[in-house]
Design a protein around this ligand. Structure first.
Ligand SMILES: [Mg+2]
Ligand SMILES: [Zn+2]
Length: 316
């Protein structure tokens, strides 16, 4: 098996079968057999030359496939191949989604202020609010952001999606059972603090950075990929005791003392979806096969019309 085939084995079978007629333009060429650069390593053995490779060489990609390790060149090659196949065959880009304050709000019930304690009883009888003990050290409430389901459904038609959270693996698993129980949106494309204990990085996302958009409420966690980031206004639903003391945020309640929430159709997630549609349209305008080397989401995310939209509607 050649190295090219090996790298593409990360792509599911149906896509591989259709690769032949497509011209994928990748400038890097796999190493020759005489001098191996050990691009792809499996459980410590180079799959090209069988040499034993130190674990510290290259990047470990256990979240993609247990025991896989790639050199920087191998990683770049694979990311480009995966993205170009996705662009050409499915017209799909990649989208990296944060969880906390982006798609939902989670709070320990012990921190809820008095006026919000009634929500503990409502959890379970509503489709957007849950109460859990595990995997937390104490009881927590999880509230989905309005429009999450519609957002995921529509975004998944334009993007292959990843979840990338600073939270733990068990927490991410729990949340995914709520928002994607059949694994139709994210599959196993989930990165948590187990795989990524430090800063967030697109190095762990198997896609070309030129075709990857990040949606996250926190800019500082993406020090190397700010130009891929669409920053969304933080979602706060629960009011904590600290919020009451600091009175930093505004929380709306109706006359009966029930909480208000973000708008479904005009809220930040709906605004982000509109921007994603524009970016997707801009990226695929004209003939994608003729601009594979130059096409890039980053200037599209910076476009003036988008910038003003971000200010007005997203970062509210
Ligand atoms: Mg967050
Ligand atoms: Zn080798």
């Amino acid at each position: 098996m050649s190295l090219v085939e090996n790298s593409l084995s990360l792509v599911p079978e149906p896509k591989r079968r259709k690769i032949a007629p497509i011209k994928i333009r990748i400038k890097l060429s796999p190493p020759s057999s005489s001098k191996c650069d050990h691009w792809f390593v499996h459980h410590g053995i180079c799959i090209s030359c069988n040499a034993t490779i130190d674990k510290t060489e290259g990047r470990s990609l256990d979240h993609i496939d247990k025991g896989i390790q790639m050199s920087q060149k191998g990683l770049t090659f694979t990311k480009r191949a995966i993205s170009q196949i996705s662009w050409l065959e499915k017209k799909k880009l990649h989208l990296v989604l944060d969880l906390d304050h982006t798609l939902l709000h989670t709070v320990p019930t012990s921190r809820l202020c008095e006026s919000d304690k009634y929500l503990i009883e409502e959890a379970g009888s509503r489709s957007d609010l849950w109460r859990f003990d595990k995997p937390f050290p104490s009881e927590n409430l999880i509230k989905l952001r309005p429009f999450v389901h519609e957002f995921l459904k529509e975004a998944s038609e334009m993007f292959s999606m990843y979840v990338y959270t600073k939270g733990g693996y068990d927490y991410a698993k729990l949340v995914l059972e709520l928002i994607d129980p059949e694994k139709v949106y994210f599959g196993d494309r989930v990165i948590t603090n187990r795989e990524s204990p430090g800063k967030k990085t697109l190095d762990l996302v198997m896609a070309d950075e030129r075709g990857t958009v990040i949606v996250d409420d926190k800019r500082s966690v993406w020090p190397d990929h700010k130009s891929n980031l669409l920053q969304i206004a933080k979602y706060f639903y629960f009011r904590s005791n600290e919020d009451v003391v600091k009175s930093k945020r505004t929380f709306l309640y109706d006359v009966e003392g029930k909480k208000g929430d973000e708008s479904d159709v005009n809220g930040p997630l709906a605004s982000v979806l509109r921007i994603l549609k524009e970016v997707h349209k801009g990226f695929f305008s004209g003939k994608i096969e003729e601009k594979l080397d130059s096409v890039d989401v980053r200037p599209l995310l910076l476009a003036p019309s988008l910038r003003s939209k971000r200010k007005a509607q997203v970062l509210v």
